[in-house]
Design a protein around this ligand. Sequence first.
Ligand code: IPM
Ligand code: MG
Length: 362
Amino acid sequence: MKFKITVLPGDGIGPEVIEQAIDVIKLVGEKYDHEFEMQEALIGGCAIDAHGVPLPEQTLEMCKNSDAVLLGAVGGFKWDTLPGHIRPEAGLLGIRAGLGLYANLRPAIIYSALKDASPLRPDIVKDGIDIMVVRELTGGMYFGDRGRLQTENMGEAAYDTEQYSVLEVERIARLAFETAMKRNKKLMSVDKANVLESSRLWREVVIKLSAEYPEVELSHMYVDNAAMQLVRNPMQFDVIVTTNMFGDILSDEASMITGSIGMLPSASLGKGTLGLYEPIHGSAPDIAGQNKANPIATILSVSMMMKYSFGLDDVAKEIEDAVVNVLNKGYRTGDIASEGTKVVGTKEMGQLIKDEITGAAK
Ligand code: IPM
Ligand code: MG
């Protein structure tokens, strides 16, 4: 089959981890006889430097006309003092909204070779963590009305609005129920319904929709409790569905308890099969260009792309198996290294994974 991929390397370590991921795409294309046509475009700080905006019109157009988008990372010290609407992060929000990607899937998994990396005690982690955070991505406070005003008694003030429509909640909840059906049929909806009206609507809609998924065991948790339960007993969670803001926070927490944020991929999906795939780590400008970054999260993002946008489950599994094999052989990049493991750089890690795929690995 033939697929068109827009590649957005971005800033910091983005280009070097993307380079490894591109190699993997080429390789599985040859091995499985699929044609992956790749075209690169600018987003984030590099786009600001070249065009004055973090998401140039031509980048968005190219993405719209592809089957999937692969993104490295955006941002860096250089652009940190720019006003909000032309910061690199605005490019990220723009592409999510521009492509209608309302659902963000962030798996938090502990690979057995990396069990010791979790900051949680072994008796809490037990046999491992395998949580899927489904975060709403194009609504809520990120996109609500915001502004500044003068108050009568308290001087200058600022506000951001949390607003959700029934339709917005319904479509993300549906995706979460479907995800739960393919896993252990357990769904936890996280909100703040004891305080927020938008959360009360959220909960109503989720409960109503649950009638269509009688096999899924649905529970609800307030976000403060969820943050606490994630470190107290992470094994109780399977699929978590929540708002944009809460999902931003909880997905960072969920990834950290696996101990290896450099390992975790993500998928952003919308109505069709077009998706955006990116590692959940940032652009790490402090180690950029030093061959130190871990390319695994980006390579696993390619695996998610194969599965969710292209329906190529066999290719997805091949990539995942290659990563697991390399880890089992004791190879690590610096961020996940521990005593007795073999530390390698970005390029070497990429090569080891490619060798597994071609069968050249020892
Ligand atoms: C994320 C990031 C972004 C977000 C930032 C960079 C705008 O934290 O993808 O989680 O808040 O969504
Ligand atoms: Mg975040």
